[in-house]
Design a protein around this ligand. Sequence first.
Ligand code: SF4
Length: 325
Amino acid sequence: MPDFSITNKYLYHFRVFIETMRGCPFNCAFCTATLYSGSKYRYMPEGVLRGTIEKWCLRRIMPIRLANTNLVADHDKTARVLNILKEYDIRWWSACSTNIVEHEDLIKLSADAGAIHLQFGFESVDEGTLAYINKRQNVVKKYKLLVKKMHDYGISVGGNFIFGFDTDTPEIFKRTEEFVNDTDIDILLYGMLVPFPGTRIFDQYHAEGRILTYNWAKYNAQHLVYEPKNMTREQLINGIAELYDNTYSPSRILKRFSYARSAYDAIMNASMGVVAHIGRHFLYSLMKGTIDESFDEDSAYVMKRPPNKSFERVRRMAHSMKMQT
Ligand code: SF4
């Protein structure tokens, strides 16, 4: 059983993470999960799971994070875990693969067992990209149905998207924006591809001489560490930032507040808005730092990027309020 008592209570006791299963057989071309946790699904023994819940998970304000690679791994074993969780009064969230759309019984059981939020690696709205990364369990035309089914059972949806694959062109940002505006995903996360060592994507980019740095500290999704193929570096970085701007504009945040399914969603939505409108300036300075180091001529372009419109509106409002006092 995990011994959380040896961790710093101020840092780690507010939110509890438990891993009820690990392993992933899919081995997608960009992902390290199969590399570090193996391709075979393994489940926490029932006694350990019960002991962990009883000792660490009851009477928690924050939902428990099931730090599983995939909630829907082995259908029957997942159902067994969910039936155990159902016996306790707990709220939790987890990563999950989109093929749960085929298993309505598991969606219902998840809701009955206390799921308030499931996070999906949609990765892309482009079928060609999904084929390129070998994420064969994702089917773009079922994404919308998936979101609807989750909402029908009162579970909110987190959507992760990654940009910069060789199949991506600059128009992927517009397509993604249209998709998310048309699909009531509750919390959106956009990331830049990181070709982690050991993955097939890293091997390909390395063989093609497109890895820009072998300083692993920069493989943190906040630095561009490879040369994109079908868009420029600026298009990639700016495309992600603009997507955050456009889909976390104040009006989009307010709309998502109106259908937030839990306080957790509302808080996450608000904090993502802060990331989009303020924190990303910090993120940009990090990215700019990387580009500065290797590509002086590009850093000027990033610095000259026009300010975020919503941020600028807030800044002007704050300025006018100050003048009235
Ligand atoms: S992206 Fe998801 S499905 Fe693919 S290998 Fe990683 S954890 Fe498994």
